[in-house]
Design a protein around this ligand. Structure first.
Ligand code: ATR
Length: 271
């Protein structure tokens, strides 16, 4: 029997997930397929039930369906429950289970590319308060980050995150420069710096010596933020690995094998 999975989005043609999963399917010699599935928001629920009818093992979910995917689940992982969004659906005996693997992908990317990094080094600054930010904050809390600061263009959204995830581990900082002061880790979770978008304007000089700077934007691979951080001597990790690592748990749920994120995979997907 051919095992089937895919990625649901609208639009979906830009998604790199089919490249990632097909690379693993091929290199592991599995009898499985992974396809891009375009479903309009108004057809999302019917589209998911159609996949179940067709015998799919599950699917990844991307923009704009992550909240709708959360709603459709019969059961969810603890982290998905906290984040309020789902990027991985697993179909089991007619039931839908949902997980959110973005935070795990984020942490794995950092620990594999910068093994000496530790949340215990000091405060973390998270820029942005959207879905990606929620997943990353959740992951940082899970690994015991002592202080998380959020900066966001819209105050109310950052405030909401702060009250949801709880004091005193989160702190809302009103100016970006103040937020940088004494931080040991910085992550941009907004789309600023992406090709065609405005740059993130930030003065990094207040960061602690050796602070790690990372970005979830990976087009370009070295964003203006990472470029500025490098020029100031801070270690950086690009966001592409997060995309690769967030795919691992889904593949394991559907196909029963935990795949590896390798340099060969990275090169194949980047090409
Ligand atoms: P995602 O799920 O990818 O995180 P999102 O939920 O739409 O996407 O969140 C996007 C984040 O990028 C938000 O923090 C948003 O800030 P606002 O809450 O103020 O909207 C931020 N963002 C997007 N465009 C931005 C811009 N031009 N300047 C500053 N922040 C921006």
């Amino acid at each position: 029997m051919t095992l089937k999975a895919g990625v649901i989005g609208w639009p979906i043609s830009h998604s790199k997930s089919p490249l990632i999963h097909s690379f693993w399917i091929q290199s592991l010699g599995l009898n499985a397929t992974y396809e891009a599935i375009a479903i309009e928001p108004e057809n999302f629920v019917a589209g998911v039930y159609d996949l179940i009818k067709k015998g799919f093992q599950g699917a990844n979910v991307t923009i704009p369906h992550k909240e709708a995917a959360f709603q459709i689940c019969d059961a969810r992982s603890e982290r998905a429950q906290k984040i309020g969004a789902v990027n991985t659906l697993v179909f089991r005996k007619g039931q839908i289970f949902g997980d959110n693997t973005d935070g795990e992908g984020f942490l794995q990317n950092i620990t594999t590319n910068h093994p000496t990094w530790s949340v215990k080094n000091g405060p973390a600054l998270v820029i942005g308060a959207g879905g990606a930010s929620r997943a990353i904050i959740c992951a940082l809390i899970e690994v015991g980050c002592p202080e998380i600061r959020i900066w966001n263009r819209t105050f109310a959204r950052a405030k909401r995150l702060q009250s949801e995830f709880g004091k005193p581990s989160l702190a809302w900082m009103d100016t970006l420069d103040k937020a940088c002061e004494g931080a040991s880790f910085l992550v941009n979770t907004t789309s600023l710096g992406m090709k065609g978008q405005d740059d993130l304007v930030i003065d990094l000089s207040g960061l602690n010596k050796g602070a790690l700077v990372t970005d979830i934007v990976y087009t370009p691979l070295i964003t203006p933020l990472l470029c500025a951080a490098k020029a100031s001597g801070f270690p950086v990790v690009d966001g592409f690995g997060m995309l690769l690592h967030q795919a691992v748990p889904g593949f394991e749920y559907w196909f029963g094998v935990r795949p590896a994120v390798t340099e060969k995979l990275r090169k194949a997907v980047l090409k």
